[in-house]
Design a protein around this ligand. Structure first.
Ligand SMILES: [Zn+2]
Length: 250
């Protein structure tokens, strides 16, 4: 019996050890522990209210999808109450300790969520620009259009996560003026600023996307029932709220 039981005990102990390692608090991880892991941007200090600087701005880009219903988080490098609330919502969305302070756990999750080019893992610059390769010809500089699209992608990542992490397809993102004309876009379309994305229905359905998008920092949300938007959901960031999807009760 002894020969049979000992290996069994060993196997149970090994299984317990594996389970424990996967779920236990990893202990005091420092900012420095995780910073080396990332190829895009690394934070060198924890950030809370009162902090300011480029590291705050980089954080704001990545939590811009968590401003609360109807909100828009300013990406200004100043860590105030709105940024703390966005960090808290991000932490809650990913099951982290929700204290509104960005420290090692929050940065670690952001590193997991970003590619080396700083886009969130489920979206790409190529996907957000099917118009041309260099982001030129819009209503803002190429660099600005690309930067705007990065913020859009982080908002889309938040939306995607909130809807169960199922694929969320982007049919159209940045458009040069020429591309916008060819697509029949409106004369003041945010697509020309890199501020927009047109979304496919995916498995979520247009109306689910429309309703949820209201929580993730989009000032424009157009969908079923709004002229020309029965076959996609348009989301954009800009000034002034314009939400219309009568077919979804919005
Ligand atoms: Zn659009």
């Amino acid at each position: 019996m002894r020969k049979l039981i000992l290996p069994l005990i060993a196997a149970v102990v090994a299984a317990l050890a594996t389970t424990t390692a996967a779920t236990a608090d990893p202990g005091p991880v420092t900012v420095q522990d995780v910073r080396a892991a990332d190829g895009c941007y690394t934070w060198g200090r924890s950030l809370g209210q009162g902090a300011s600087g480029e590291d705050v701005r980089q954080l704001q880009i990545r939590v811009s999808g968590y401003p609360g219903y109807g909100g828009v988080l300013a990406i200004d490098g100043q860590f105030g109450p709105a940024t703390a609330a966005a960090v808290t919502r991000f932490q809650q969305a990913y099951g982290l300790g929700a204290d509104g302070i960005a420290g090692p756990q929050t940065f670690g999750k952001l590193y997991e969520l970003q590619d080396d080019d700083c886009t969130p893992i489920n979206f790409t610059y190529a996907e957000l620009n099917r118009c041309n390769g260099d982001w030129s010809g819009g209503r803002v500089s190429a660099g600005q259009a690309r930067a705007n699209s990065l913020v859009v992608m982080w908002k889309l990542q938040a939306l995607r996560h909130a809807l169960g992490s199922r694929p969320l397809g982007v049919n159209s993102g940045f458009r040069s003026v020429a591309c916008n004309n060819a697509a029949g876009g409106s004369a003041n379309s945010r697509h020309m600023y890199g501020d927009s994305a047109d979304l496919a229905a995916g498995s979520q359905g247009y109306c689910t996307i429309v309703r949820q998008a209201r929580n993730h920092g989009f000032t424009e949300i157009l969908g079923p029932g709004y002229p020309g938007h029965d076959d996609h959901v348009h989301v954009a960031q800009g000034t002034g709220r314009f939400w219309s999807a009568p077919g979804c009760g919005v």
